[in-house]
Design a protein around this ligand. Structure first.
Ligand code: NAD
Length: 501
Protein backbone atom coordinates (compact mmCIF):
# COMPACT_ATOMS: atom_id res chain seq x y z
CA UNK A 1 0.00 0.00 0.00
CA UNK A 2 1.18 3.50 -0.84
CA UNK A 3 2.82 5.32 2.07
CA UNK A 4 2.95 9.12 1.90
CA UNK A 5 5.79 10.57 3.97
CA UNK A 6 6.92 14.03 4.92
CA UNK A 7 9.67 15.81 2.96
CA UNK A 8 12.26 17.38 5.20
CA UNK A 9 15.65 18.85 4.31
CA UNK A 10 15.57 17.63 0.72
CA UNK A 11 14.51 14.01 1.32
CA UNK A 12 11.45 11.92 2.20
CA UNK A 13 11.07 11.57 5.97
CA UNK A 14 9.13 8.80 7.66
CA UNK A 15 6.77 9.69 10.44
CA UNK A 16 7.02 7.83 13.72
CA UNK A 17 3.43 7.59 14.77
CA UNK A 18 -0.08 8.22 13.57
CA UNK A 19 -1.32 7.70 10.00
CA UNK A 20 -4.55 8.40 8.13
CA UNK A 21 -6.13 6.45 5.25
CA UNK A 22 -6.29 7.77 1.69
CA UNK A 23 -9.16 6.64 -0.51
CA UNK A 24 -9.86 6.20 -4.19
CA UNK A 25 -13.13 8.19 -4.29
CA UNK A 26 -14.27 6.42 -7.46
CA UNK A 27 -14.33 3.00 -5.76
CA UNK A 28 -14.38 3.85 -2.07
CA UNK A 29 -11.33 1.61 -1.53
CA UNK A 30 -8.35 2.53 0.62
CA UNK A 31 -5.41 3.29 -1.69
CA UNK A 32 -2.74 4.30 0.80
CA UNK A 33 -1.84 5.95 4.04
CA UNK A 34 -0.40 9.31 4.94
CA UNK A 35 1.79 10.14 7.93
CA UNK A 36 0.33 12.57 10.45
CA UNK A 37 3.11 14.69 11.88
CA UNK A 38 3.83 14.89 15.57
CA UNK A 39 5.09 18.08 17.20
CA UNK A 40 8.65 16.72 16.95
CA UNK A 41 8.28 16.06 13.22
CA UNK A 42 7.03 19.61 12.61
CA UNK A 43 9.92 20.91 14.69
CA UNK A 44 12.37 18.94 12.52
CA UNK A 45 10.95 20.54 9.38
CA UNK A 46 11.11 24.02 10.93
CA UNK A 47 14.71 23.38 12.05
CA UNK A 48 15.67 22.38 8.48
CA UNK A 49 14.03 25.53 7.15
CA UNK A 50 15.72 27.74 9.75
CA UNK A 51 19.11 26.27 8.79
CA UNK A 52 18.50 26.71 5.06
CA UNK A 53 17.16 30.26 5.23
CA UNK A 54 20.31 32.43 5.56
CA UNK A 55 22.07 31.04 2.48
CA UNK A 56 18.88 31.13 0.40
CA UNK A 57 18.15 34.70 1.47
CA UNK A 58 21.67 35.65 0.39
CA UNK A 59 21.43 33.89 -2.99
CA UNK A 60 21.21 36.55 -5.69
CA UNK A 61 17.86 37.38 -7.21
CA UNK A 62 18.97 36.02 -10.55
CA UNK A 63 20.09 32.72 -9.01
CA UNK A 64 16.73 32.33 -7.25
CA UNK A 65 14.83 33.16 -10.42
CA UNK A 66 16.80 30.55 -12.37
CA UNK A 67 15.76 27.83 -9.91
CA UNK A 68 12.15 28.88 -10.46
CA UNK A 69 12.54 28.72 -14.23
CA UNK A 70 13.88 25.16 -13.92
CA UNK A 71 11.05 24.21 -11.53
CA UNK A 72 8.53 25.52 -14.08
CA UNK A 73 10.03 23.38 -16.84
CA UNK A 74 10.02 20.27 -14.64
CA UNK A 75 6.44 20.87 -13.57
CA UNK A 76 5.36 21.11 -17.22
CA UNK A 77 7.26 17.94 -18.05
CA UNK A 78 5.53 16.13 -15.16
CA UNK A 79 2.08 17.71 -15.39
CA UNK A 80 0.38 14.51 -16.52
CA UNK A 81 1.75 12.57 -13.57
CA UNK A 82 0.76 15.31 -11.11
CA UNK A 83 -2.74 15.40 -12.59
CA UNK A 84 -2.96 11.60 -12.33
CA UNK A 85 -2.01 11.70 -8.63
CA UNK A 86 -4.58 14.42 -7.95
CA UNK A 87 -7.31 12.61 -9.83
CA UNK A 88 -6.65 9.33 -8.00
CA UNK A 89 -7.00 10.89 -4.53
CA UNK A 90 -9.35 13.82 -5.09
CA UNK A 91 -11.59 12.27 -7.75
CA UNK A 92 -11.66 15.17 -10.24
CA UNK A 93 -11.33 14.32 -13.92
CA UNK A 94 -7.86 14.34 -15.48
CA UNK A 95 -8.43 17.41 -17.71
CA UNK A 96 -9.62 19.40 -14.68
CA UNK A 97 -6.56 18.33 -12.67
CA UNK A 98 -4.34 19.43 -15.58
CA UNK A 99 -6.16 22.76 -15.50
CA UNK A 100 -5.31 23.35 -11.85
CA UNK A 101 -1.64 22.56 -12.50
CA UNK A 102 -1.63 25.06 -15.37
CA UNK A 103 -3.24 27.80 -13.25
CA UNK A 104 -0.76 27.16 -10.44
CA UNK A 105 2.13 27.38 -12.87
CA UNK A 106 1.02 30.87 -13.83
CA UNK A 107 2.05 31.91 -10.30
CA UNK A 108 5.44 30.22 -10.79
CA UNK A 109 5.81 32.21 -14.01
CA UNK A 110 4.87 35.42 -12.17
CA UNK A 111 7.43 34.62 -9.45
CA UNK A 112 10.16 34.12 -12.08
CA UNK A 113 10.03 37.92 -12.35
CA UNK A 114 11.15 38.33 -8.73
CA UNK A 115 14.14 40.56 -9.61
CA UNK A 116 11.67 43.06 -10.99
CA UNK A 117 9.01 42.47 -8.29
CA UNK A 118 11.45 43.29 -5.48
CA UNK A 119 12.67 46.54 -6.98
CA UNK A 120 12.44 49.33 -4.42
CA UNK A 121 12.28 53.08 -4.78
CA UNK A 122 15.21 55.51 -4.61
CA UNK A 123 15.07 59.24 -3.94
CA UNK A 124 18.25 61.19 -4.38
CA UNK A 125 18.68 64.28 -2.21
CA UNK A 126 15.74 64.01 0.23
CA UNK A 127 17.73 66.45 2.31
CA UNK A 128 21.02 68.08 1.49
CA UNK A 129 23.34 65.23 0.39
CA UNK A 130 20.95 62.69 1.95
CA UNK A 131 19.40 59.87 -0.11
CA UNK A 132 16.54 57.49 0.76
CA UNK A 133 15.66 54.12 -0.65
CA UNK A 134 13.25 51.31 0.11
CA UNK A 135 13.98 47.58 0.10
CA UNK A 136 11.89 44.49 0.78
CA UNK A 137 13.40 41.52 2.64
CA UNK A 138 12.16 37.96 3.22
CA UNK A 139 10.54 37.06 6.54
CA UNK A 140 12.38 33.80 7.26
CA UNK A 141 10.44 30.56 7.67
CA UNK A 142 6.85 30.73 6.40
CA UNK A 143 4.15 28.06 6.26
CA UNK A 144 1.24 27.22 3.95
CA UNK A 145 -1.76 25.14 5.07
CA UNK A 146 -3.94 24.03 2.18
CA UNK A 147 -7.33 22.40 1.44
CA UNK A 148 -8.22 19.19 -0.36
CA UNK A 149 -9.85 20.73 -3.40
CA UNK A 150 -6.75 22.02 -5.21
CA UNK A 151 -3.77 19.92 -4.02
CA UNK A 152 -1.40 21.54 -6.55
CA UNK A 153 -2.83 24.96 -7.42
CA UNK A 154 -3.49 26.33 -3.93
CA UNK A 155 0.03 25.46 -2.66
CA UNK A 156 1.30 27.13 -5.84
CA UNK A 157 -0.60 30.30 -4.93
CA UNK A 158 1.86 30.48 -2.04
CA UNK A 159 5.25 28.81 -2.31
CA UNK A 160 6.56 30.18 -5.64
CA UNK A 161 6.41 33.77 -4.39
CA UNK A 162 7.53 32.94 -0.85
CA UNK A 163 10.57 31.03 -2.12
CA UNK A 164 11.42 33.52 -4.88
CA UNK A 165 11.37 36.29 -2.27
CA UNK A 166 14.05 34.40 -0.28
CA UNK A 167 12.01 32.63 2.41
CA UNK A 168 12.13 28.97 3.45
CA UNK A 169 8.71 27.31 3.13
CA UNK A 170 6.83 24.57 4.96
CA UNK A 171 3.76 23.12 3.25
CA UNK A 172 1.08 21.32 5.25
CA UNK A 173 -1.17 19.86 2.53
CA UNK A 174 -4.61 18.35 3.02
CA UNK A 175 -4.35 14.86 4.47
CA UNK A 176 -7.05 13.75 2.00
CA UNK A 177 -4.94 14.06 -1.17
CA UNK A 178 -1.28 14.57 -0.18
CA UNK A 179 0.64 12.84 -3.01
CA UNK A 180 1.06 15.83 -5.33
CA UNK A 181 2.96 17.69 -2.60
CA UNK A 182 5.72 15.08 -2.50
CA UNK A 183 6.18 15.04 -6.27
CA UNK A 184 6.42 18.84 -6.27
CA UNK A 185 9.01 18.63 -3.47
CA UNK A 186 11.17 16.23 -5.49
CA UNK A 187 10.92 18.53 -8.53
CA UNK A 188 12.16 21.47 -6.44
CA UNK A 189 15.19 19.40 -5.52
CA UNK A 190 15.79 18.45 -9.14
CA UNK A 191 15.49 22.14 -10.07
CA UNK A 192 18.40 22.91 -7.76
CA UNK A 193 16.60 24.39 -4.76
CA UNK A 194 18.89 23.93 -1.73
CA UNK A 195 17.74 21.33 0.79
CA UNK A 196 15.55 22.70 3.55
CA UNK A 197 14.13 25.63 1.58
CA UNK A 198 10.97 23.67 0.71
CA UNK A 199 9.63 21.13 3.20
CA UNK A 200 6.37 19.21 3.49
CA UNK A 201 4.81 18.07 6.74
CA UNK A 202 1.81 15.81 6.29
CA UNK A 203 -0.75 15.97 9.02
CA UNK A 204 -3.84 17.25 10.72
CA UNK A 205 -4.67 19.62 13.58
CA UNK A 206 -1.54 18.59 15.54
CA UNK A 207 0.72 19.79 12.72
CA UNK A 208 -1.33 22.93 12.09
CA UNK A 209 -1.33 23.90 15.77
CA UNK A 210 2.42 23.42 16.07
CA UNK A 211 3.05 25.60 13.00
CA UNK A 212 0.75 28.27 14.45
CA UNK A 213 2.63 28.45 17.72
CA UNK A 214 6.21 27.67 16.64
CA UNK A 215 8.35 30.72 17.43
CA UNK A 216 10.46 30.33 14.27
CA UNK A 217 7.50 30.42 11.88
CA UNK A 218 7.06 34.06 10.86
CA UNK A 219 3.97 33.92 8.65
CA UNK A 220 1.16 31.52 7.77
CA UNK A 221 -0.96 31.36 4.63
CA UNK A 222 -4.11 29.29 4.98
CA UNK A 223 -6.85 28.24 2.56
CA UNK A 224 -9.79 26.13 3.72
CA UNK A 225 -13.18 26.35 5.37
CA UNK A 226 -14.34 29.45 7.23
CA UNK A 227 -14.36 28.09 10.81
CA UNK A 228 -10.78 26.80 10.47
CA UNK A 229 -9.66 29.96 8.63
CA UNK A 230 -10.93 32.06 11.53
CA UNK A 231 -9.24 29.76 14.04
CA UNK A 232 -5.94 29.85 12.14
CA UNK A 233 -6.08 33.63 11.86
CA UNK A 234 -6.83 34.17 15.54
CA UNK A 235 -4.33 31.59 16.82
CA UNK A 236 -1.54 32.59 14.45
CA UNK A 237 -1.85 36.33 15.08
CA UNK A 238 -2.04 35.76 18.83
CA UNK A 239 1.39 34.12 18.49
CA UNK A 240 2.70 37.21 16.71
CA UNK A 241 2.59 35.84 13.16
CA UNK A 242 1.50 37.49 9.97
CA UNK A 243 -1.53 35.49 8.76
CA UNK A 244 -3.67 35.46 5.63
CA UNK A 245 -6.53 32.93 5.97
CA UNK A 246 -8.90 32.35 3.08
CA UNK A 247 -12.20 30.73 3.98
CA UNK A 248 -15.33 29.30 2.42
CA UNK A 249 -17.68 30.65 -0.21
CA UNK A 250 -21.19 30.73 -1.60
CA UNK A 251 -21.04 32.30 -5.03
CA UNK A 252 -24.03 33.78 -6.83
CA UNK A 253 -24.59 34.30 -10.54
CA UNK A 254 -27.05 37.14 -11.16
CA UNK A 255 -28.86 36.73 -14.48
CA UNK A 256 -30.50 39.88 -15.82
CA UNK A 257 -33.39 39.53 -18.27
CA UNK A 258 -31.39 40.83 -21.25
CA UNK A 259 -28.68 38.14 -20.93
CA UNK A 260 -28.07 35.50 -23.59
CA UNK A 261 -29.70 32.52 -21.84
CA UNK A 262 -27.78 29.86 -23.78
CA UNK A 263 -24.49 31.46 -22.71
CA UNK A 264 -25.82 31.70 -19.15
CA UNK A 265 -26.92 28.05 -19.06
CA UNK A 266 -23.54 26.87 -20.39
CA UNK A 267 -21.75 29.01 -17.81
CA UNK A 268 -23.97 27.98 -14.88
CA UNK A 269 -23.56 24.27 -15.61
CA UNK A 270 -19.79 24.52 -16.20
CA UNK A 271 -19.21 26.64 -13.09
CA UNK A 272 -21.69 24.75 -10.93
CA UNK A 273 -20.59 21.20 -11.64
CA UNK A 274 -16.95 21.38 -12.74
CA UNK A 275 -14.84 19.48 -10.17
CA UNK A 276 -18.17 18.27 -8.71
CA UNK A 277 -18.77 21.74 -7.31
CA UNK A 278 -15.78 21.36 -4.97
CA UNK A 279 -14.32 24.72 -5.97
CA UNK A 280 -14.30 27.83 -3.80
CA UNK A 281 -15.17 29.80 -6.94
CA UNK A 282 -17.94 27.42 -8.08
CA UNK A 283 -21.30 28.99 -8.82
CA UNK A 284 -23.71 27.50 -6.31
CA UNK A 285 -26.65 29.89 -6.67
CA UNK A 286 -28.26 31.26 -9.83
CA UNK A 287 -30.34 34.36 -9.13
CA UNK A 288 -32.77 34.47 -12.04
CA UNK A 289 -34.39 37.89 -12.44
CA UNK A 290 -38.03 37.68 -13.63
CA UNK A 291 -39.17 36.69 -16.17
CA UNK A 292 -36.25 34.47 -17.32
CA UNK A 293 -36.49 31.77 -14.59
CA UNK A 294 -38.56 29.08 -16.34
CA UNK A 295 -36.74 29.29 -19.67
CA UNK A 296 -33.34 29.35 -17.97
CA UNK A 297 -34.11 26.36 -15.75
CA UNK A 298 -35.21 24.35 -18.83
CA UNK A 299 -31.93 25.13 -20.54
CA UNK A 300 -29.90 24.25 -17.42
CA UNK A 301 -31.77 20.98 -16.88
CA UNK A 302 -31.30 19.83 -20.49
CA UNK A 303 -27.55 20.42 -20.20
CA UNK A 304 -27.27 18.78 -16.76
CA UNK A 305 -29.15 15.70 -17.94
CA UNK A 306 -26.56 15.24 -20.70
CA UNK A 307 -23.54 15.25 -18.33
CA UNK A 308 -21.54 12.04 -17.88
CA UNK A 309 -20.25 11.22 -14.43
CA UNK A 310 -17.52 8.64 -14.00
CA UNK A 311 -14.03 7.98 -12.62
CA UNK A 312 -11.51 10.79 -13.10
CA UNK A 313 -9.17 8.62 -15.15
CA UNK A 314 -11.84 7.72 -17.75
CA UNK A 315 -11.71 10.20 -20.66
CA UNK A 316 -15.50 9.87 -21.07
CA UNK A 317 -16.12 11.33 -17.59
CA UNK A 318 -17.03 15.00 -17.31
CA UNK A 319 -17.51 14.98 -13.53
CA UNK A 320 -15.98 12.66 -10.95
CA UNK A 321 -17.00 11.56 -7.44
CA UNK A 322 -16.77 13.62 -4.26
CA UNK A 323 -13.67 13.47 -2.10
CA UNK A 324 -14.85 11.35 0.85
CA UNK A 325 -17.88 9.42 1.98
CA UNK A 326 -18.49 11.85 4.85
CA UNK A 327 -18.42 14.81 2.49
CA UNK A 328 -20.68 13.08 -0.08
CA UNK A 329 -23.22 12.29 2.66
CA UNK A 330 -23.14 15.85 3.92
CA UNK A 331 -23.68 17.29 0.43
CA UNK A 332 -26.44 14.76 -0.35
CA UNK A 333 -28.25 15.66 2.89
CA UNK A 334 -28.98 19.10 1.38
CA UNK A 335 -31.29 17.51 -1.23
CA UNK A 336 -33.95 16.39 1.25
CA UNK A 337 -33.32 19.47 3.35
CA UNK A 338 -33.95 21.69 0.32
CA UNK A 339 -37.24 19.96 -0.43
CA UNK A 340 -38.32 20.25 3.22
CA UNK A 341 -37.50 23.96 3.03
CA UNK A 342 -39.81 24.43 0.05
CA UNK A 343 -37.50 24.00 -2.97
CA UNK A 344 -38.34 21.84 -5.99
CA UNK A 345 -35.85 19.06 -6.80
CA UNK A 346 -35.72 19.21 -10.60
CA UNK A 347 -32.62 17.04 -11.11
CA UNK A 348 -31.82 14.43 -8.41
CA UNK A 349 -28.11 13.59 -8.61
CA UNK A 350 -28.54 10.51 -6.44
CA UNK A 351 -30.17 8.85 -9.44
CA UNK A 352 -27.59 9.90 -12.05
CA UNK A 353 -26.02 6.81 -13.68
CA UNK A 354 -22.27 6.39 -13.22
CA UNK A 355 -20.85 5.97 -16.75
CA UNK A 356 -24.22 4.76 -17.99
CA UNK A 357 -24.39 2.02 -15.32
CA UNK A 358 -26.03 1.95 -11.91
CA UNK A 359 -27.32 5.07 -10.18
CA UNK A 360 -24.90 7.17 -8.10
CA UNK A 361 -26.43 6.06 -4.80
CA UNK A 362 -26.13 2.39 -5.78
CA UNK A 363 -22.51 2.53 -6.96
CA UNK A 364 -19.55 1.90 -4.64
CA UNK A 365 -17.49 5.06 -4.23
CA UNK A 366 -18.41 8.57 -3.18
CA UNK A 367 -20.89 9.41 -5.92
CA UNK A 368 -23.45 12.13 -6.25
CA UNK A 369 -24.52 13.40 -9.66
CA UNK A 370 -25.28 16.99 -10.62
CA UNK A 371 -28.35 18.20 -8.76
CA UNK A 372 -30.63 21.17 -9.45
CA UNK A 373 -32.97 22.67 -6.85
CA UNK A 374 -35.39 25.28 -8.20
CA UNK A 375 -37.49 27.88 -6.37
CA UNK A 376 -35.06 27.77 -3.45
CA UNK A 377 -36.31 30.19 -0.76
CA UNK A 378 -33.85 33.01 -0.03
CA UNK A 379 -33.98 32.39 3.72
CA UNK A 380 -33.34 28.62 3.42
CA UNK A 381 -30.15 26.87 4.54
CA UNK A 382 -29.63 25.58 1.01
CA UNK A 383 -29.32 29.18 -0.11
CA UNK A 384 -27.31 30.51 2.82
CA UNK A 385 -24.82 27.73 3.62
CA UNK A 386 -21.74 26.54 1.75
CA UNK A 387 -22.56 23.07 0.38
CA UNK A 388 -19.33 22.53 -1.62
CA UNK A 389 -20.70 19.90 -3.96
CA UNK A 390 -22.65 19.43 -7.19
CA UNK A 391 -25.84 21.16 -6.04
CA UNK A 392 -27.05 24.19 -7.98
CA UNK A 393 -29.73 26.30 -6.31
CA UNK A 394 -31.99 28.51 -8.42
CA UNK A 395 -33.45 31.45 -6.53
CA UNK A 396 -36.08 33.49 -8.36
CA UNK A 397 -35.85 37.27 -7.80
CA UNK A 398 -38.02 40.09 -9.12
CA UNK A 399 -35.32 42.71 -9.76
CA UNK A 400 -31.61 43.52 -9.99
CA UNK A 401 -31.90 45.23 -6.61
CA UNK A 402 -33.34 42.15 -4.92
CA UNK A 403 -30.52 40.04 -6.38
CA UNK A 404 -27.75 42.36 -5.16
CA UNK A 405 -29.41 42.54 -1.74
CA UNK A 406 -29.30 38.74 -1.45
CA UNK A 407 -25.63 38.61 -2.48
CA UNK A 408 -24.66 41.37 -0.05
CA UNK A 409 -26.76 39.85 2.74
CA UNK A 410 -24.80 36.58 2.68
CA UNK A 411 -22.05 35.50 5.06
CA UNK A 412 -19.41 35.07 2.35
CA UNK A 413 -17.91 37.37 -0.28
CA UNK A 414 -15.56 35.27 -2.38
CA UNK A 415 -16.75 35.38 -6.00
CA UNK A 416 -19.82 36.41 -7.96
CA UNK A 417 -20.87 36.98 -11.56
CA UNK A 418 -23.42 39.03 -13.45
CA UNK A 419 -24.69 38.01 -16.86
CA UNK A 420 -26.09 40.86 -18.94
CA UNK A 421 -25.61 42.75 -22.19
CA UNK A 422 -26.13 46.06 -20.41
CA UNK A 423 -22.78 47.73 -19.69
CA UNK A 424 -24.35 50.22 -17.32
CA UNK A 425 -25.93 47.49 -15.20
CA UNK A 426 -22.67 45.53 -15.13
CA UNK A 427 -20.76 48.61 -14.02
CA UNK A 428 -23.29 49.29 -11.27
CA UNK A 429 -22.96 45.66 -10.15
CA UNK A 430 -19.17 45.73 -9.94
CA UNK A 431 -19.44 48.87 -7.83
CA UNK A 432 -22.25 47.82 -5.48
CA UNK A 433 -21.55 44.17 -4.77
CA UNK A 434 -19.63 43.32 -1.58
CA UNK A 435 -17.49 40.54 -3.00
CA UNK A 436 -13.75 40.27 -3.70
CA UNK A 437 -13.75 38.73 -7.19
CA UNK A 438 -16.33 39.64 -9.81
CA UNK A 439 -17.12 38.21 -13.22
CA UNK A 440 -18.99 40.10 -15.92
CA UNK A 441 -20.28 37.39 -18.26
CA UNK A 442 -17.44 35.27 -16.80
CA UNK A 443 -18.61 32.57 -14.39
CA UNK A 444 -15.42 31.68 -12.47
CA UNK A 445 -13.48 34.94 -12.25
CA UNK A 446 -10.25 33.59 -10.73
CA UNK A 447 -7.74 36.45 -11.08
CA UNK A 448 -4.59 35.92 -13.11
CA UNK A 449 -1.37 35.37 -11.16
CA UNK A 450 -0.31 39.02 -11.50
CA UNK A 451 -3.49 40.15 -9.73
CA UNK A 452 -4.31 39.00 -6.20
CA UNK A 453 -6.88 36.37 -5.21
CA UNK A 454 -9.09 36.87 -2.19
CA UNK A 455 -12.63 37.38 -0.99
CA UNK A 456 -14.40 39.66 1.46
CA UNK A 457 -16.26 39.01 4.71
CA UNK A 458 -16.11 35.38 5.96
CA UNK A 459 -14.10 34.38 2.86
CA UNK A 460 -10.89 36.03 4.12
CA UNK A 461 -9.38 36.74 7.52
CA UNK A 462 -6.44 39.12 7.37
CA UNK A 463 -5.68 42.03 5.10
CA UNK A 464 -3.67 40.51 2.29
CA UNK A 465 -4.94 38.54 -0.68
CA UNK A 466 -2.76 35.79 -2.19
CA UNK A 467 -0.36 36.03 -5.14
CA UNK A 468 0.14 39.10 -7.33
CA UNK A 469 1.59 42.19 -5.68
CA UNK A 470 -0.18 41.49 -2.39
CA UNK A 471 1.51 38.07 -2.29
CA UNK A 472 4.93 39.66 -2.72
CA UNK A 473 4.12 42.07 0.12
CA UNK A 474 2.86 39.28 2.37
CA UNK A 475 6.12 37.32 2.13
CA UNK A 476 8.42 40.33 2.55
CA UNK A 477 8.99 43.19 4.98
CA UNK A 478 9.78 46.72 3.97
CA UNK A 479 12.70 48.83 5.09
CA UNK A 480 13.53 52.41 4.24
CA UNK A 481 17.18 53.43 4.39
CA UNK A 482 18.20 57.05 4.74
CA UNK A 483 21.89 57.58 4.05
CA UNK A 484 24.37 60.40 4.21
CA UNK A 485 28.03 59.97 3.44
CA UNK A 486 30.46 61.91 5.51
CA UNK A 487 30.78 65.53 4.67
CA UNK A 488 32.69 67.83 7.04
CA UNK A 489 30.17 70.65 6.51
CA UNK A 490 27.55 68.61 8.44
CA UNK A 491 29.51 68.18 11.63
CA UNK A 492 28.30 69.30 15.06
CA UNK A 493 25.78 68.19 17.67
CA UNK A 494 22.11 69.07 17.12
CA UNK A 495 19.43 67.78 19.53
CA UNK A 496 16.51 69.04 17.41
CA UNK A 497 14.27 66.54 15.56
CA UNK A 498 15.79 65.90 12.12
CA UNK A 499 14.21 68.20 9.53
CA UNK A 500 15.11 68.36 5.91
CA UNK A 501 17.19 71.16 4.57
P1 NAD B 1 -10.65 22.40 5.86
O1 NAD B 1 -10.85 23.72 6.51
O2 NAD B 1 -11.33 21.22 6.44
O3 NAD B 1 -9.09 22.02 5.80
C1 NAD B 1 -8.13 22.94 5.34
C2 NAD B 1 -6.81 22.65 6.04
O4 NAD B 1 -6.97 22.82 7.45
C3 NAD B 1 -6.31 21.22 5.84
O5 NAD B 1 -4.92 21.25 5.62
C4 NAD B 1 -6.67 20.52 7.14
O6 NAD B 1 -5.78 19.49 7.47
C5 NAD B 1 -6.60 21.64 8.16
N1 NAD B 1 -7.55 21.46 9.26
C6 NAD B 1 -8.76 20.86 9.21
N2 NAD B 1 -9.36 20.89 10.42
C7 NAD B 1 -8.52 21.54 11.26
C8 NAD B 1 -8.57 21.90 12.64
N3 NAD B 1 -9.62 21.60 13.40
N4 NAD B 1 -7.53 22.57 13.17
C9 NAD B 1 -6.46 22.89 12.40
N5 NAD B 1 -6.36 22.56 11.10
C10 NAD B 1 -7.37 21.91 10.51
O7 NAD B 1 -11.07 22.61 4.32
P2 NAD B 1 -11.17 21.48 3.19
O8 NAD B 1 -12.39 20.68 3.43
O9 NAD B 1 -9.88 20.80 2.98
O10 NAD B 1 -11.40 22.42 1.91
C11 NAD B 1 -12.65 22.90 1.51
C12 NAD B 1 -12.90 24.29 2.03
O11 NAD B 1 -11.87 25.16 1.57
C13 NAD B 1 -14.19 24.90 1.52
O12 NAD B 1 -14.81 25.59 2.56
C14 NAD B 1 -13.74 25.85 0.43
O13 NAD B 1 -14.61 26.94 0.16
C15 NAD B 1 -12.45 26.33 0.99
N6 NAD B 1 -11.58 26.88 -0.04
C16 NAD B 1 -11.46 28.22 -0.09
C17 NAD B 1 -10.68 28.79 -1.07
C18 NAD B 1 -10.53 30.28 -1.16
O14 NAD B 1 -9.75 30.73 -1.96
N7 NAD B 1 -11.22 31.06 -0.36
C19 NAD B 1 -10.01 27.98 -1.99
C20 NAD B 1 -10.14 26.60 -1.89
C21 NAD B 1 -10.94 26.06 -0.90
Amino acid sequence: MKNITHWINGAPAEGAGRVSEIFNPATGEVSGQVQLASVAEVDAAVAAAVAAFPAWRDASLVKRARVLFRFRELMYANQDEIARLISAEHGKVHSDALGEVARGLEVVEFACGIPHLLKGGFSEGVSTRVDSFSIRQPLGVVAGITPFNFPAMVPMWMFPIAIAAGNAFILKPSEKDPSASLLMASLWKEAGLPDGVFNVVQGDKVAVDRLLEHPDVRAVSFVGSTPIAKYVYETGTSHGKRVQALGGAKNHMLVLPDADLDLVADAAVSAGFGSAGERCMAISVVLAVDPVGDELVDKIVSRVSALTIGPGDDPASEMGPLVTEVHRDKVASYLDLGVSEGAKLVVDGRRTPVLGGAAADETPGFWLGPTVLDHVPAESRVHREEIFGPVLAIVRVSSYEEGVELINGGEFGNGTAVFTNDGGAARRFQNEVEVGMIGINVPIPVPMAFYSFGGWKASLFGDTHVHGTEGVHFYTRGKVVTSRWLDPSHGGVNLGFPTNR
